[in-house]
Each structure stands twice: as C-alpha cells, then as structure tokens.
Design a protein around this ligand. Sequence first.
Ligand code: ADP
Ligand code: MG
Length: 715
Amino acid sequence: MEKKLSLIGVNKTYKLDNRETFQALYDINVEFEKGELVSIVGESGSGKSTLMNLIGGLDSDFSGQIIADGEDLKNLNEKGLDKYRKNKVGFVFQSFNLISHLSILDNVTLALTLSNVSEKEKVKKATEMLRKVGLHSQLKKKPSQLSGGQKQRVAIARALINDPEIIIADEPTGALDSQTSMQILDILKEIADDGKLVIMVTHSEKVASVSSRVVEIADGKIVNDHINKDYKKNVKEVDDDEPTLVIPKIDLDADKPKKKKIGKERQNLSLISAIRLSFHNMWASRVKNFLMAFGVAIGIGSLILMMSFSSGINDFIDNTMKSYSNPKIVTVSKKTNSMADALQYDKLKFTDTDIEELKADINSFLQEELKADINSFLQFEVNDDNIDFGFSLMTMVLPEATVTDRDDFEKENPKNIYYLYSIPPYYSESNVIKGTMSQETTYKDGKIEREDGYPKNGGGFMFTKAIYKLFPNESSDNIIGKKVQINLRLPDGTSFTFIDKICGIMDTSVMSDFLVAYIDYKYLEALFNEKAEGMFAPTNIYIHTGSKSITDKINDYLSDPKSKYAGSLEDSLAGMFSSMSSTVGTSLTVISCISLLVSAMMILVVLYMSVTERTKEIGVLKSIGARRKDIKRIFTSESFLVGVLSGLMGIIFNLLLTLIIWLVLKFTIGLAPLSYRWWYFLVAMGVSIVISMLSGLYPASKAAKLDPVESLRRE
Ligand code: ADP
Ligand code: MG
C-alpha cells in the first residue's frame, strides 16, 4: 500500500545572517499513512515546526525527499507548491491565525475564493463545514467575537474546506484550556478517522496519549516513534448535541464541464474577489485609509485647481486678446530701431510709396511660399480692395493732449496724456463696444456711418472707461455728448487741437484703465487735412486676409527679425501675455507635481506599513495556497481602491475649494479666472489611480515576496 506521506533522508539547514548555518533537522526518515492521528512531541526548539513547514510545502529549502500523496515535493515548482498547499494540505495553527477583518464565513471561504469558486457554492460549502464544527449560527461574527476554542474550530473548518488529504496542526491546542483542547482533539480525531492523515504538534501528554501514534523529536532527530495500540477509531454515536464530522467531498472540478470555463481562469483568485478582499481590509482600517486618501485628495484637488486656474487665465487672456485682434485681419506697422524712433511720427507713418512697397513685399513673399508649397491655399494678394488704414500714436510722452470741460475751456489745464487711436476695423459692436453711442452719431459694422467722407451726424471721440475719472461729477449717462478738447502735438512741433463731443464709451477690458481716445480714421484724416493739407498719413495698415492661415503666414513674415515691418502692438502684447500665461502654467504644473509626489510617497509609506502590519495575514494566505500573484493582486486592488477614493475625495475637495476661492476673488478683485473642462475631473481621477497604483507597486511586490514561514513565525 502506498504511504500517504514519506520523508526520506530529510535534512534542514537554516542560513543565518553572518554566513553561518544552523541545522534544524538531521536525516529524518519517517512514513505516515492515511487515517493516522499523529502527535509530534519534543522540547521547544527541537525542530517540530520546521518539520511541519516542510511537510506543508511552506518551506521547500531542504535536502532529501518528501513524497506526499504520490508527489515528490522537490519536483514541484513554486506554482506546484501553491497548488499543493491549496488542495492537498490544510494548516491549523496554535494562534488560530484567522483574518480579523473578515467574518467567520469569509475566513472559511478564503481558500475557495483563491480558487475562484462561485459565491453560492462557496457559501454552501463553508456553511456546511461550519455546521460540522458546530459554528453554523455564528457565520457573520468576526473572529474577535469568538472564544479560543471556537476560533480553532473556524481554523479547522478553513483547513478542511478544500478537502485536503493531510492536515497539519502546529500546537492546535497550545492556546486552549484542557477541556476545550479535548473538544478540538475530538474533531481532529474524527477527521483522521474519516481517512485523512492528521499530524499535530503538541506539548500536552494528555493530547498525545489519545493519538494513534507519537513521534518524539529531540535536537532535530526522531528519537522515538510509538504506535498507540489502544487507539480506537471513533464509533459514531448518534448524538444531537455533539456535532459529528463528516467531511463533505468538494470536487473543484465537479461543475467544470457544465460551465465550460477555461480551467486556468477558474483556479485563481478573481479580480473582483481581490477587490472585495481589499475592500474589507480597507474598511477594517478605515480611519487610516480615509486620512491617507484625504492627504492625496488635497494634492488631486489642487491639481484640478491648477488646471482650471491655468485655463482660466488663458481664457481671460484669449477673451481680452479677441478685442485686440481678429484672426482674419493682419495689422502692419513700421519697425522702429530705437525707442526714440518709436516716438517719431515720421518714422512711423506710411507714405504712398511705403504702401506700394509693402504690398509688393508681402505679395512676393506669398508667391515664394506658394512656390514652395504648391498645395497650400495661399492664393492671396494684397490690393487696394483688401487694405484699410489706421492711426495710432501711443508714445508715453508724446503726443500730448488735454481734455477740458467745454465751460472750463479757457483754462486749458492739461490733465492727462492720451493715446489717440483710430477705431480698428476689427472692433465690433458685439464684442468690444459695450458702451453707449450718442444719438447723433450712428455706428454700423465697426465704423461710424459716413456721408461724403464725414461722419453722418458729426464725428466725435469714443473713450475708454478711464474717461470717468476726468469727470468725477458726471454720470455715465450724461458724459456722452460732453465736448472735450484734445491737444495733439507731433514730434516735429506741429500741434493740433481737436474739439469734439464724446460719442461713446469703449469697453475693451484691458485698455479700459488707459486714457485712450478712439476716433474714426476718415474723420481724423479730414480733421488733419483741415489744418495741414497733405501732412496726414496712416501708421497702421490693416490687411483683410479672409482666412486665419494667411493671417498666420503674413504674421510669420512680419515677425521675422529681418523684416522691415512689425505687427501691431496688440499682437506683441498678445505674445507677451501668452508667454506670461505659459510661465504661470508651468510653475503651477511644477507645484502640483510636487504635491502629487508627496501624495505618492504618503501612499507608499502607508501601504508599506500595511504590508508590515499584515505580514501574518499574508503568511496565512500563502499557507492556504495563495500564489504570489494573488497576494500582489490583493495589494494592487487596494492601491486601486485608494486611488479611486482619493480621486473622488479630491474632486469633492476641489469643488469646495473652488467655491471658496471663487467667492473670495469675486468679492475682492472682481475677477475669478477659473475655467473648468469636464475632462479635468477624469484626468484627476486617472492621475489619482495611476499614482496610487504606482506607489502600491513596491509594497505589493514586497508582500508577494514575503517568506510564508517567516511571516507565520512573526507575532
Ligand atoms: P519547535 O517548533 O520544535 O519549537 P522550530 O522548528 O521552530 O522548533 O525550531 C527548530 C530550531 O531551528 C530552533 O533552534 C530554532 O531556533 C531554529 N530556527 C527555526 N527557524 C529558524 C530560522 N528561520 N532561522 C534560523 N534558525 C531557525
Ligand atoms: Mg514550534
């Protein structure tokens, strides 16, 4: 008859830290048969647990042969050993080693969970098993709510759930009083009588005396092997109070043909079960996890805030810039070489010859571009029909202008310096001029309506809102129609005085704090010509390109350092703003990256500590057949859950923060540049999950690599 378990010439040597070794077992030769209830006895430190760990497949570092159920353990690789532990042996420990955050039922089903058995089947089998050990009414309890004897019964139920051939119990009664010990012993005896091989380590002579065989170990050697002749197999009496143990057969493959599942998939811990297990664990230490998630949430929430702030500023700049430029219009001015030149009207103005030259320059540039890229749509030519003129003198010192109330006219008291602009063609009623126009002056499609070159109902100036500061006693209603005098002195000494009424207020957001007088170009030209015929010339040329791509091309040409021309001041302002906002964006990104790094470190530390705290649990999982992969999966699921939780909390945190910041900014500076895109929240969630999972990689692999023997030894 084939023996259930044979050990042939087994030696076990522990490697100690300082390159020394310690031999714990010497040349063990022993055979066990099914149906035996073996007691292993011996002094503490004699090698009993070492032997148990070898038999149980927890420790595969030995020499010699261990043949269990026809299988040579030496021939099994890691996977094979996992399977062996899962299906062939069941462990019972002195300290029960139940997983405290799982219910009794979940503790027992754990081994089935690792085999991906269906929920219904699991519960059925576990309930049945717990009924056999008399605990079927306590399924929902947590281990801490049970007595020691009850805990050990649960541990036995857990060890039996996969119907193993060999039960290994390392001092199963060591933590129990003698009466409870005998009850546990009864159960173990019944298991043996049912045809299993039960090997237990015990210190109790009483326990040893009831077993079928006693093997004594001293200093790593078997010194005595005694068969108890008086041992009687249990004659099953029918007793309603005492639970009788008939182990239900669990055939893991029983429903295989029906379900037609791939065997590989079926045998392992499913992702859902892993998530459920980690959820249980996270719930068990919910305060810690909540605090950690909150820490990460601060980082995630700030990340969203940074993104929305960054795009808020960009939106703000974009909107502001829209009032300065129109993608279908190119503004050209003359490039000046020095600040002094920039003040010279002569250096800025376009004469008729200049205009012809400009047209020729741009047209030949476009021709070249077209030649270089035959497929492009640059079929555009600058001609008299698509250009417009403009005037802007924006030096800080000159021109000098004064504004006076008509009644105070005589005083000619200069109050401020003005910028005089012609109204650019891209200003439109809808997006720029939100102010009021006087009744007399009609304004249509960005231009004052004209008759014979003159404004239809007389011209007038439009001012930015800053004009109110000059007339502190006027309301916005009756400032319209007020006459002002503007003195404009050109660099050559010629000065001009324009007196006209205020016909409108321009609301151009950014410029509104500067004192700018806008005037219709044609009207301005006429006013100039009245005083000095032939003196007036435009400083800006507007090209109506009709398409953004041509605008971009021409702007490229203008911004070329070799070009004689420059874009508009507005364009360079826009460039400055966008580089500013990208600087702001970059620094915000750096800040949030740092905060995310801190979050990642925090997750790493917490998960790492969790691995240390749960060393024993990991050992238990391994003893019931969990593979490295399964352990990794449980911990990875945990970091995934941490990521989801932190992401959610981060979003909530962000919404609260945004509300507060928005209120504060609105009521202080009146402007809250925060723009949200819906996908920011997805990004935040994704970042949170990725960060948590990355931070969880190391702890998870650390947990997976834990040596089961070491972890179980840990107290
Ligand atoms: P028992 O269970 O009989 O009390 P053990 O099998 O736990 O004894 O230990 C047997 C001997 O092996 C002891 O001297 C113990 O110190 C030693 N030992 C056990 N585990 C290790 C280990 N991981 N490293 C080094 N020595 C060990
Ligand atoms: Mg021991």
